[in-house]
Design a protein around this ligand. Structure first.
Ligand SMILES: NC(=O)c1ccc[n+]([C@@H]2O[C@H](COP(=O)([O-])OP(=O)(O)OC[C@H]3O[C@@H](n4cnc5c(N)ncnc54)[C@H](O)[C@@H]3O)[C@@H](O)[C@H]2O)c1
Length: 252
């Protein structure tokens, strides 16, 4: 097993399950110390135990990232525990599958707070520390940021914002020793988001089939290996990129 994250300190948001859990465990196996963050305390505790069993030192924070002060606090606590920060993986996210007519202000605000504001505030707090370590950020977009997707309009908008946050921050910090990238997953099965999936009443399922892809869906570990690559020194020339990990869904 390679040790790409030996002596590295990483924050992984959304680590209770799914893609972020797979990312955290992959980093643990390859030598990282981890700050794992999620709002779901019990599942987060399980990931903490699994990461420790892989030999990682872990700080687990069961917090809601939809507030700026919480994001700042996560970075502060990571620095207090480990003394530095090398990697920030902004993976926590939520989806709402609904007709445009059914979106209310609560859904709208929550989607934007969790999927856009939290990665922004986490990045804002982390960047000064990442510059000191020649570190990097991996954000999580979605194929629905790159391809129109029915019944997830506000979600797609938040993921489109992540694409532009990634590229714009990459430009603002182009003269600093930091890399900022995003992974753009296609459909993953077995994650919390996938298990919570259901069609809204009256939905045209053929529209969904168009962007669920031709190849079988991925599992979290498949996409996590792309996150690990982007977060590692193997990707030292990759900056400002949005890496499609979608089995070709956005190729057509
Ligand atoms: N599953 C898919 O098909 C798919 C496809 C494209 C993109 N994505 C993206 O991949 C990322 C991971 O998704 P997943 O499928 O692993 O989902 P998941 O539901 O398994 O994991 C997301 C995690 O984020 C956490 N989270 C949500 N709100 C939070 C908050 N306010 N504070 C802290 N933690 C919070 C959840 O508790 C959950 O554990 C998301 O950003 C998602 O948008 C998923």
């Amino acid at each position: 097993m390679s040790q790409r994250f030996k002596d590295k300190v990483a924050i992984v948001t959304g680590a209770a399950q799914g893609l972020a859990r797979a990312t955290a465990l992959g980093m643990a196996r390859e030598g990282a110390s981890l700050c794992l963050v999620d709002v779901k305390e019990d599942l987060l505790e399980q990931t903490r135990k699994e990461a420790e069993a892989e030999g990682a030192e872990v700080l687990a924070l069961a917090v809601d990232l939809s507030r700026r002060d919480t994001c700042i606090d996560v970075v502060k606590k990571t620095l207090a525990r480990f003394g530095k920060l090398d990697i920030l993986c902004n993976i926590a996210g939520i989806v709402r599958i609904q007709h445009v007519k059914d979106v209310d202000e609560g859904d709208w605000n929550l989607l934007h707070n969790v999927n856009v504001a939290a990665p922004f505030w986490m990045s804002q707090a982390a960047i000064p520390h990442l510059i000191k370590t020649n570190g990097n950020i991996v954000n999580c977009a979605s194929q629905s940021a790159l391809k129109g997707a029915a019944y997830v309009v506000p979600y797609s908008m938040t993921k489109g914002a992540i694409v532009m946050m990634t590229k714009s921050m990459a430009m603002e910090f182009i003269n600093e020793p930091i890399r900022i990238n995003a992974v753009s997953p296609g459909t993953m099965i077995g994650t919390g988001m996938a298990e919570g999936f259901s069609f809204p009443e009256g939905a045209d399922e053929t529209l969904f089939a168009r962007y669920s892809g031709i190849r079988p869906p991925a599992v979290a570990e498949d996409v996590a290996s792309v996150v690990l690559y982007l977060a590692s020194d193997d990707a030292r020339v990759v900056h400002g990129a949005v890496y499609a990990a979608d089995k070709g869904t956005t190729a057509d």
